[in-house]
Design a protein around this ligand. Structure first.
Ligand code: ATP
Length: 222
């Protein structure tokens, strides 16, 4: 059948000087899925996302993303003298498509003080401002590099739930990276497994588990 694709990568390769960080990476991510890009530190997750987001030029192969991409890197793009409200104003200026309501709702949901300088917010709160900026830009494909890394367990569950609600509401596609396999629970329905710059496995999570005769465990809302 014809499945609409959000992301397509063909033989992607990227090197830093002589060292290949990404090699022969091919996959397709259908629209509306929540995909986890899993790999150890240094596996090439940030490099792959940066190439997909158009921030890095691949040395080999090609990548395509349908529609608008938002990429939240591990370096949070907040200005420490700007308040969260200022950051949203900046988002409104920088994005041709902007949903102030959605961005504000995200901040309210996580009780981020709108009037406080970002430099005075915790790392987790700064991450929430970065998420709100990304959500406000109404992406069709949202890429998040280690989004749960700076959050406490409660915030992790809440961010996960909010992301799934956004996917449900908007039909957007999410690609999030992690090196913590436990974070996959209840979030991703698609898996990309990366090691030393190469894709070891990729595809629908249930299909992959079935193909390798793995037990997914009881269904739960982790
Ligand atoms: P992490 O979670 O630690 O960021 P990662 O899976 O995102 O890891 P990358 O950051 O993409 O991995 O790095 C992949 C490889 O490329 C690593 O070996 C890293 O040292 C190397 N690398 C990344 N960026 C650069 C750079 N700017 N210059 C040289 N080497 C780099």
């Amino acid at each position: 059948g014809t499945t609409a694709l959000a992301v397509r990568a063909q033989d992607l390769g990227k090197r830093y000087r002589a060292k290949w960080a990404l090699r022969e990476c091919s996959f397709e991510l259908p629209v509306g899925r929540v995909a986890a890009l899993v790999g150890a530190n240094g596996a090439g997750k940030t490099t792959l996302m940066s190439v997909l987001a158009g921030l890095l030029k691949p040395d080999e192969g090609s990548a395509g993303v349908s529609g608008r991409v938002a990429f939240v890197s591990q370096e949070k793009p907040v200005y420490k003298h700007f308040t969260a409200a200022d950051m949203l104003r900046l988002g409104a200026h920088l994005n041709t498509v902007w949903d102030q309501g959605r961005a504000e709702r995200w901040l309210e949901r996580f009780e981020i003080p709108l009037g406080k300088a970002c430099g005075k917010l915790s790392g987790g709160q700064q991450a929430q401002v970065a998420f709100a900026l990304a959500i406000g830009s109404r992406p069709t494909v949202l890429m998040l590099d280690e989004p749960l890394a700076n959050l406490d367990p409660l915030a992790r569950r809440e961010v996960t739930a909010e992301l799934l609600a956004e996917v449900e509401e908007t039909g957007m596609t999410v690609l999030l990276s992690t090196h913590v396999v436990a974070e996959l629970g209840g979030v991703a329905d698609y898996l990309l497994l990366l090691a030393h710059g190469r894709l070891l496995a990729g595809g629908d999570l249930d299909e992959l588990l079935a193909r390798h005769a793995l037990y997914a465990g009881p269904k739960s809302d982790v």
